[in-house]
Design a protein around this ligand. Sequence first.
Ligand SMILES: [Zn+2]
Length: 296
Amino acid sequence: MAAAALLLAASSVVAQSRPADSTARARECPSCAEWNAPHAPFRVFGNTYYVGTNGLGAILITSTSGHVLIDGALPESAPLIIANIRALGFRIEDVKLILNSHAHYDHAGGIADLQRASGGEVAATAWSASVMEHGTSGNDDPQFGILIPYPTVRSARRITEGQAMHVGTLTVTPHLTAGHTPGGATWTWRSCEGESCADIVYADSQTPVSADGFLFSKSASYPMAVADFEHGFKVLESLRCDILLTPHPSASNLWERLSVRDKGDARGLFSASGCKDYAADARRRLAERLARERAR
Ligand SMILES: [Zn+2]
């Protein structure tokens, strides 16, 4: 009887905890519910697919010998990403490698669950790998103090700039584009449809966002912040970039470009100046931020 009563008590706690949890989550992360709104998965080009949510990118690159997944969005996004992969006719168990843009909760939060579900290896820059293993950033992160902790990945392989990653016939190359965090990475690869090929760039966030009190122009904990941004801008300007994808799809007008394609323009997702425009916009934001810091 006592055990049954305990079970009943436990199940009513579970039943009651759901609305309380979502209220707590909304308080902790007012944007998360909107970011996590589902989005139907779709083919970007060739073997590249969008499997993220409406507000957060996740990219699947497929091959007959295993797939690569870039980013895991929020912890609560993992089931949506898995369902999107399945809806396209692929299996999460065939994801052999999970990569990351930057190790904040809205891009790395779902990776622990995706790693468990796939059995794949996680790889990221040394800084991002360490953050993912701890589930939280140190004080060299400009947003230290206002970030939400997330489930830790079991272990992550450390990659270095330009060190190509391979799964079967797939090759995906990292480029350091830090500044938003000290470990931000942009990933590039080539996808083909018959004779037609596209250089695809998943460019990391470039916004100079910080906790109160952090100065990009003068930080003892992240003294390379401005130099890292500048390096990343040069990288983004130099990449072969037919199709630009970003961890926040809105940052590269993905939905507007998709609607152009949906209306019949097969090259609606392509943009000759996508990466250069993205870098130029980031340069302008950083300059504005540094001007504000000087005016303090
Ligand atoms: Zn971020």
